[in-house]
Design a protein around this ligand. Structure first.
Ligand SMILES: Nc1ncnc2c1ncn2[C@@H]1O[C@H](COP(=O)(O)OP(=O)(O)OP(=O)(O)O)[C@@H](O)[C@H]1O
Ligand SMILES: [Mg+2]
Length: 246
């Protein structure tokens, strides 16, 4: 009996531990894949048994393929990316046009498979946090279902406070743990007062740590950046330890 309770306690403890992280953003084309790939490469190099997932992709499977490459895993693409829609639109809209239903159980199943194979799974969202997957189900609800903390990727500049605060407030409405914010794509040549004041203002207004400010870097502006360069660059500009969950 005692053994039973001990095992159950341990199981609960494992369940409480972070199984991964969900990378979301304040919009599309914001740098989620690049940051997710950087984290995967860095964790891999640190010896973590890390898996990746892009549960839903629309238009193409490039993100899923890049994440697979970055984490150097050999999982089937159908597990990394269980839902694919041809049209590059919000999933609910693409599904309607393609006359198909999005089966969210396939995401749960694939996530469970990866959860058994890996100690930590990096999941990239689709677009921003309020993107509809079905008319009655948004990305934020997928995050809730997977029970993962989030990392928010935002651009930096005028408008960033608004986008970031909206994303944080929306996540908080759904009781989602926000592990950190990364400001991506800083162009040093054109940066002005907004870029200079964004990090402090965001931390003050949200209470969420800005764990990195990643400059625009030409070598990253390609579908398959060199992984060693990507990992070194991200490690240089993102304080992953500030996530507090790794
Ligand atoms: N810091 C950076 N420096 C240079 N290029 C970058 C940087 N971050 C992202 N990019 C480039 O910007 C484009 C968009 O980035 P990325 O694909 O990571 O965005 P995303 O948020 O994942 O987009 P999506 O919503 O389509 O999934 C890519 O071509 C990527 O290579
Ligand atoms: Mg992406």
């Amino acid at each position: 009996m005692k053994q039973y309770f001990t095992n159950r306690y341990l199981a609960q403890l494992v369940n409480c531990m972070t199984r991964g992280i969900f990378i979301t953003g304040t919009g599309t084309e914001i740098g989620k894949t690049v940051i997710a790939g950087g984290l995967a490469t860095s964790l891999k190099q640190a010896g973590t048994n890390v898996g990746v997932m892009k549960p839903i992709s629309t238009g193409n499977t490039a993100d899923a393929q890049f994440l697979k490459h970055a984490a150097q895993v050999d999982d089937e693409l159908s597990v990394i990316n269980p839902i694919f829609l041809r049209n590059p639109l919000a999933p609910s809209v693409a599904a309607r046009i393609e006359d198909t239903d999005i089966d969210l159980r396939s995401v749960e199943t694939a996530f469970a498979v990866l959860g058994k194979r890996y100690d930590f799974v990096i999941v990239e969202g689709v677009g921003g946090i309020a993107v509809p997957i079905r008319d009655d189900f948004l990305v934020v609800q997928l995050i809730q279902q997977l029970q993962l903390p989030i990392l928010i990727v935002a651009k930096t500049g005028l408008g960033t406070l608004n986008h970031t605060l909206l994303t944080v407030a929306f996540a908080q409405q759904f009781n989602i743990q926000i592990a950190g914010i990364v400001l991506n794509g800083l162009c040093k040549e054109t940066a002005g007062l907004a870029e200079a004041t964004n990090p402090v203002e965001i931390e003050k207004l949200t209470g969420v740590p800005v764990i990195g400010i990643v400059p625009y870097q030409k070598q990253l502006d390609t579908p398959y950046p060199d992984l060693t360069f990507l990992s070194e660059f991200m490690n240089q500009h993102i304080a992953w330890r500030k996530l507090g969950i790794l």
